[in-house]
Ligand binder design. Sequence first.
Ligand code: ZN
Length: 601
Amino acid sequence: MPLPLRYRIAPLDVHAHLIDVSCTVEVPDAAGQCFTLPAWTPGSYLLREFARHVVRIGARNAQGAVPLEKVGKARWRAAPCAGPLEVVAEIYAYDVSVRTAYADATRVYFNGTSAFLRPEGHEQAPCILDIDASFAASIEGARVATAMRRDGAAPWGFGRYAADSYEELVDHPVEIGRFDLTSFEAGGVTHDVAIAGARDVDLDRLARDLARVCQWHCDLFAGAPNGRAPFDRYLFLVLAVGDGYGGLEHRASTSLVCKRDELPRIGDPGLDDGYVTFLGLASHEYFHAWNVKRIKPSAFTPYDLSQEGFTRLLWAFEGITSYYDDLSLARSGVVPAERVLELLARTLTTVLRTPGRHLQSVADASFDAWIKFYRPDENSPNAGVSYYAKGAIVALALDLTLRHHGRSLDDLMRALWTRHGATGVGVDEDAIEALASSLAGHDLRDFFARYVEGTEDPPLAALLADVGVELALRPREGMRDRGGKPATAAPAATTLGAQWPTSGELRLTTVYREGPAARAGLSAHDVVVAIDGIRATSDLLAAALVRATPGSRMIVDAFRRDVLMRFDVELAAAPADTAVMTMLGEPGEAMAARRRAWLGA
Ligand SMILES: [Zn+2]
């Protein structure tokens, strides 16, 4: 057994968002020990160059300071010396997202990828982490929440934690601060929920609902009822903020950022869109505990955190997960099936409003995540497609196609689990297609060529009709209309072919290629100030598009940077790009059974 690497984290100046992190190697490399900091964190496919937040760094051993030379953008080499060798880094942490690290007088949060140096050549060494008790002096009432194994620390306490390897060490994010706790059992293990930043949350209801969703996931992979979870415990780390959304998956925990008003309040039994959004996010990250944390692409087996890990399969790891995050809410009975159809229709609407889906396949979008998905700009909807949204739609189409052949995506996920998740064998780039075909007993090459590697839209109307659901498409009703619901007012007869905010300055966020605005010369970032000589507002523009007829003209005055320009726009008929899915009233016995099997309703 190699000697453990010893890590210690302590506050330096939380008001200045500085933390102190040290790493001690008992027997350093005789040629000079090298240390690196990851460039990215698993689950978020962008090189974030965490080394840029290292403010100061130094090395020492029992004899005193040891020279430490920077030899790469995220790599340092200590001069040859006797052990133990300790490197201490001062790290700036002030990002409220789930991906990096944060420190102030109210809380400290970190992912190990932002904090812990990795000594090269010690990959097999276990790790010990000491979370210094001096945090308690910096943050009033602070406790510690992490899924890392306690190794002397009291529950929720400061002190010693342990991980079997560096890869495990950086896969347990840590929250230090004040939080509310609730817990529940699912999959035969305890699940804790630590919520920071919110008050008056209905913790009992939250635990009850999450327990049903989590047990459903366990049952999917391990067989109902009482399917076992593939971990010993699980922790939801929730940060509630005024406005924010995000999640990152880990092997035995997840970090979530949500809006405060998305959490259920005591005394309010309602199921509003906000709470459904929160449940969908929690469900998404939990599903990842199987799909991507254990069933992994070969490209991530093991992770190389120093450079990009290219795979054409993110559509499966994120898209299938996005499909199940909402579907599981219906299948577990926590959210009515009609609401889940609404969510699926919204996802489809997002895809239909993305002209770039005709140019970029979900497989290409997966490969290019590193330079495109995480770095969107005003042209992104014209040039590409999200492997989350289109991936979820492909997953839906694949599920319904497999069901047509007497199997389902559930069977495919279980087969992936058996072959790859339970064994740790990576998923090769062509494995999902091969496995789906063999399960279906039918060559699905054509499906994958068209909808995964190609840019065609799957034939969802026909596939949904097979399970007793009608898909209708209609024009949108203003910028707030995300789809999923039948038309309420008169839909717009015409379109400008652009996207703009629903309030405030009318700055075009996207101008769709070959649309009316683009043809007239308007561009993203142009600020529209007048329409037909009248001062422009979002509502005025929406109303004008309802009244106008296709082919009529609109004079648009807009600032491009500081230059006032005039555009003569010929309006086009509004496209039917807004999806609505409804259950057929009298589906017949066989169809009703297929719908029940799919939707659980
Ligand atoms: Zn995800």
